[in-house]
Design a protein around this ligand. Structure first.
Ligand SMILES: [Zn+2]
Ligand SMILES: [Zn+2]
Length: 148
């Protein structure tokens, strides 16, 4: 089953309706599978496909998809969130390095983080919520700019 079909069937099996708007948003998310999109960025892409869908619908749909665990959400301190598909083509999760200056997101391999999660599990008997680990800081580009 493709990721698209998989998401569609997740929605169909939920208490939410599969509307044409939601189908279109799923399509965009799958096509931009490697990106981390904010609601505004997604809305911008959407406008080129279906100008009738409003930003409020995008926000609501993203909330629903997050609720259904279709999306992973990365929240910045200023209230902006970026989303991407939880289910990656390679089937593995990744973790995020988040630049607090330019909001650029770098994805890193899960190997070290999985060890950390395992350690927290074992030592503290604490179950880590998946995909909540991120490192906030300053990216290479922003550091270079500071040094100019
Ligand atoms: Zn991600
Ligand atoms: Zn940056």
């Amino acid at each position: 089953m493709s990721i698209y079909d998989n998401i569609i069937s997740t929605i169909q099996q939920s208490s939410y309706k599969l509307t044409p708007q939601r189908e279109t948003i799923v399509k965009i998310l799958v096509e931009n599978e490697s990106e981390h999109l904010s609601a505004e960025e997604l809305y911008f892409i959407l406008k080129g496909i279906n100008p009738e869908i409003g930003l409020a619908t995008v926000y609501r749909t993203l909330d629903i998809f997050y609720d259904l665990k279709i999306l992973e959400k990365i929240t910045f301190g200023n209230g902006i969130s970026k989303y991407h598909l939880r289910q990656k083509l390679d089937n593995g999760t990744h973790h995020h390095l988040i630049c607090t200056k330019c909001h650029n997101i770098t994805t890193i391999s899960n190997v070290i983080f999985n060890k950390l999660i395992q350690y927290v599990n074992n030592e503290y008997n604490f179950e880590v919520q998946d995909d909540t680990i991120a490192i906030y800081g300053t990216c290479k580009n922003c550091m270079n700019e500071e040094n100019i």
